[in-house]
Design a protein around this ligand. Structure first.
Ligand SMILES: [Zn+2]
Length: 455
């Protein structure tokens, strides 16, 4: 059993949110060994409270539900209509709570274009921030993370002033750093941050100079980077998140980096959702104390263990923008874990891959940074980027007719900025009512339309 992370590393820094994080972490830790009846009683109590808050203070749910839901059991809850992304993205302001529970403060908005290309905006609040931080501490406990070691983060950095975004695309070092309220809670070592859409050979040079002991990033980019980077020492810990971590990739990364690679699953709208079990490699445990997760078939009926389905998530601690039975757009398969924890487990995450652009020299480049920034363009409902040739792009934009001119100018500018290092590109913007699916039936925000698999 892992040792209590706070007893080992807590700096003792006090403030209301830090105290809240500690309480939630203790509760999360205890919930790992709850009985089935303890889980049911807890979930029912939280879901009732959330549904009542949503009904009374969030305008969207009045029309979405029609009448006040009576929740007496988890089965009652499962009868509530699914909250589709299209409903949320068309009515971002209707999803905001008009009143918050006492002591809770609203935080910054997050926009995400998700795996369907539909833009969703949610507001963090002090409860959801504390919940995410508590989950992170439990994950660090499981992974036996030593916070004092230098850490490198290879991820998408799309928000902030342009000069910050530009600096992060080259890589920056921040002394004794971690993000959010955890920063004051632990004795962090230096952090090295670099944008994941930077070319892998540049990321490799950056890491070579940084010599991190911990590495956190997206699996595809880490794999491409380790084509160029041989650390020459065993890293202490590696965590992958953001897209599916396939077993073969996990093994290859473990071999190249000399340590166990831990999988994690989180979403912009919800924060951390699942982390890998310390006792059963490859198995993800959901943070059941923080999120109620259902996996359902196309007709909305619950999947059996071992059956892949669509994820419905209900964050139990998000009150500024409550999401109730929200279709996240990810697929997963529920399963059992061999350890003694009673937390729900996922057998696998299915079908979540990042969009990539192709470059003329055969390299691929992660498109998340430009996708994230497009997600923040006011008036842009949905979008898709078609790449016809290495330097020829068509942007399909779902917008109101009146917004199209302004939206297309901004969208084109963002794409040109993104490709600034690749020379002149051609961009054509087109307003569309709907967006086509790929031949696979999946929606791709970036689609290669040129010849098959060029090298
Ligand atoms: Zn387990």
């Amino acid at each position: 059993m892992s040792s209590d992370y706070l007893k080992r590393w807590d700096t003792g820094h006090r403030s209301p949110i830090h105290d809240r994080i500690r309480r939630l972490y203790r509760a999360l830790r205890a919930s790992q060994h709850w009985s089935r009846s303890e889980w049911e009683a807890y979930l029912l109590k939280r879901l009732k409270r959330l549904v009542s808050h949503a009904w009374n203070h969030v305008p969207l749910y009045r029309s979405h539900w029609g009448e006040m839901p009576e929740i007496q059991s988890l089965e009652d809850f499962a009868r509530l209509p699914i909250l589709e992304r299209s409903v949320v993205s068309n009515n971002p302001d209707l999803l905001r709570a008009t009143t918050l529970p006492p002591g809770v403060q609203v935080g910054a908005p997050t926009t995400t274009s998700g795996s369907t290309g539909q833009v969703v905006r949610v507001h963090a609040d002090t409860e959801s921030v504390a919940a995410a931080a508590a989950a992170e501490i439990l994950a660090m406990e499981w992974e036996e993370v030593d916070p004092t070691l230098p850490a490198a983060y290879v991820r998408t950095y799309s928000s902030g002033p342009p000069e910050t975004v530009a600096a992060l695309s080259k890589g920056v070092r921040i002394p004794r750093w971690a993000s959010g309220p955890l920063r004051e809670m632990f004795p962090w070592g230096d952090a090295f941050l670099i944008d994941a859409s930077t070319s892998p050979d540049w990321i490799a040079q950056f890491l070579d100079a940084a010599k991190p002991q911990r590495l956190i990033g997206y699996p595809t980019v880490l794999l491409m980077t380790t084509d160029h980077w041989k650390p020459g020492y065993a890293l202490r810990s590696v965590r992958c998140y953001g897209e599916n971590l396939h077993q073969a990739d996990k093994e290859r990364l473990e071999e190249r980096l000399g340590t166990r690679v831990w999988n994690a699953w989180s979403a912009n709208e919800t924060g951390p959702i699942a982390n890998e079990c310390p006792d059963t490699p490859g198995r993800l445990h959901l943070h059941g104390y923080l999120h109620y997760v259902e996996v359902v078939r196309e007709d909305g009926e619950p999947c059996e263990p071992g059956e892949s389905g669509s994820i419905m998530i209900t964050p139990l601690y998000s009150v500024a923008t409550p999401l109730v039975r929200y279709r996240l757009g990810d697929q997963a398969t529920l399963g059992e874990c061999e350890c003694e924890r009673t937390l729900p487990a996922l057998a696998s995450m299915d079908g979540r891959t990042f969009s990539m652009f192709r470059l003329h020299d055969g390299r691929r480049m992660l498109a998340s940074r430009v996708i994230d920034r497009l997600g923040k363009v006011p008036g842009l409902v949905r979008f898709q980027i078609l790449q016809w040739e290495y330097r020829r792009f068509e942007m399909l934009l779902v917008t109101a007719e009146a917004d199209f001119q302004a939206v297309s100018e901004q969208a084109e500018r963002l794409l040109r900025e993104f490709f600034a290092d690749e020379g002149e590109i051609s961009v054509e913007c087109r307003r569309v009512e709907e967006l086509p699916l790929a031949p696979s039936g999946k929606f791709e925000k970036v689609r290669w339309m040129g010849q098959r698999d060029p090298k």
